[in-house]
Design a protein around this ligand. Structure first.
Ligand SMILES: Nc1ncnc2c1ncn2[C@@H]1O[C@H](COP(=O)(O)OP(=O)(O)OP(=O)(O)O)[C@@H](O)[C@H]1O
Length: 463
């Protein structure tokens, strides 16, 4: 007989589940805002947390459960950094290879090609783009035939085609297998139409609200996401941003980036004039982040390229730190790298000094600005919370504020809304739109989400 999964009267300091008849081979979407308890729910399912009391808990064995989330990706990345032996072996240590994440007897499985990872089997995990690493974890869970797959915001960081492929894949697999699929979502638009059951979680309180295609369920969902349209104004610094004295903020001529035998792009021309807000789109792995890393100096091939920033040719004396004074940067890479465990206020203040961690004494006005910004994104009550104790979405918000705080000439924003719930996403998009319309800052913006292709962008680069 097949097991049917169920939880009844589960009580934990941060989570309360009265009744959740999960069933078997079922599909669930659990909706909740950032820090609503979705993370704890995943930990409940994988038995990483222990309840104060529980009446009934029937779940697959922890080994039969896979959790795919930005937190899980971050943990793997940190592990990979720890085992990196590049300094000792005198060559680049690739770390764990993509193929080592997959069952060795299934390395020819057609699913690998279908999700676009076949050409990356011998790449190291750390070399993958954010979308590629997400696809790998999903693929690994499917090929390892986990009984339950819990996936947080599965479509965040996937390009349109990959999202479609994944959705079709999930739909087919669920129909023909014994997998129970639980999607933890922060945005209503991410609910796939094939998902049967919906539940919500708010401040740790979990409630089933019904089947998806039912008017009553939709009404409950609308009520859950009801929002008093909050009025946001830009801080004064944005109106005082100096304008750029040069014709171009960025000029890349015939740009090329290669890793060993792999060419990420070549012959790429990009010029961004002041106020020429630029949208960059393209498939996973097409080189969007690499292009931004050239500009931010993270990719050392900036020196072998004909690249001019704020009128300074790269490699002609101006240090990246001097150039970074005029840049505000948020990228998945920065989020991965921000591992100094300071409190939230300190993280935001570090934006004034372009540092990871804070090594300079901030002025009083810095602190006032930081507090004002935290209030604008609803995080003022958490200013003393350690960065690592914030949810992934809250960490992302903190890094966005860190980039905005000095009202820079150039804002480099790479998939910044990853992990944000729909309230926070719309709030950030509103701020971004105001910056484009009302200030002297110029945006370089990468996204996969079609509702983020704002009409305020004046240039669109497709890679
Ligand atoms: N250090 C490296 N060595 C080898 N390959 C790399 C390295 N860094 C990136 N790549 C590869 O270069 C390609 C482009 O990566 P990049 O992160 O720029 O893609 P992207 O367009 O931003 O993708 P996504 O939409 O998934 O974020 C990817 O296939 C990635 O695996």
């Amino acid at each position: 007989m097949l097991n049917t999964f169920e939880i009844k009267n589960y009580c934990h300091a941060k989570l309360m589940v009265e009744s959740w008849p999960i069933g078997h081979s079922s599909t669930w979407c659990i909706l909740g805002t950032n820090d609503s308890g979705k993370q704890e729910l995943a930990q409940l399912l994988s038995r990483e947390i222990t309840p104060i009391s529980v009446e009934k808990i029937l779940l697959p064995a922890p080994n039969d459960i896979a959790i795919i989330s930005f937190e899980a990706q971050q943990k793997i990345y940190e592990h990979e950094l720890k085992i990196d032996n590049s300094d000792f072996i005198d060559q680049q240590d690739l770390g764990t290879l993509v193929k080592e994440f997959l069952p060795q007897d299934k390395l020819n499985d057609p699913l690998i090609k279908l999700v676009g990872l076949a050409h990356l089997l011998t790449s190291g995990y750390r070399q993958l783009s954010s979308g590629e690493s997400r696809k790998l974890l999903i693929l690994s869970a499917l090929l390892h035939e986990k009984k339950m797959i819990i996936c947080e915001d599965p479509f965040d960081s996937l390009d349109q085609e990959s999202s479609q492929t994944l959705s079709t894949l999930f739909k087919g697999i669920i129909k023909n297998s014994n997998i129970t699929l639980i999607l933890l979502l922060g945005n209503r638009i991410d609910i796939p139409d094939w998902c049967e059951q919906l539940a919500v979680i708010k401040q740790g309180d979990f409630n089933v609200i019904g089947t998806q295609h039912c008017a009553k369920t939709q009404a409950k969902l609308d009520d859950f996401f009801k929002n008093d349209d909050d009025k946001i104004t830009l801080p004064e610094q944005f109106y005082a941003t100096k304008s750029n004295a040069h014709d171009y903020l960025v000029k890349l001529v015939n740009g090329t980036v290669r890793y060993q035998s792999k060419t990420v792009f070549q012959g790429l021309n990009l010029s961004v004039k002041p106020q020429q807000h630029t949208l960059i789109t393209g498939r996973n792995g097409s080189g969007k982040s690499t292009l931004l890393h050239l500009i931010t100096g993270e990719c050392t091939q900036c020196y072998s390229n004909d690249l001019t920033l704020f009128g300074h040719q790269r490699g002609s004396g101006e240090s990246i730190w001097q150039l970074k004074k005029d840049m505000g940067i948020v990228t998945p890479e920065l989020h991965r790298q921000y591992r100094v465990n300071s409190d939230l206020l300190t993280v935001v203040l570090s934006g004034f000094f372009d540092s990871i961690g804070l090594y300079q004494q901030p002025e009083k006005y810095h602190i006032t600005y930081a507090e004002q910004w935290l209030k604008k994104v609803g995080l003022n009550h958490k200013e003393k919370t350690l960065f690592n104790d914030l949810s992934f979405g809250e960490q992302r918000l903190a890094l966005i504020v860190r980039a905005l705080i000095k009202a820079p000439l150039l804002l480099i924003l790479d998939e910044i809304t990853q992990g944000l719930d729909e309230f926070n996403r719309h709030r950030i998009l509103k701020i971004i739109k105001m910056i484009m319309k009302e200030s002297n800052s110029t945006l370089l913006f990468v996204t996969h989400r079609t509702d983020e292709l704002l009409d305020t962008f004046t240039q669109h680069i497709k890679l």
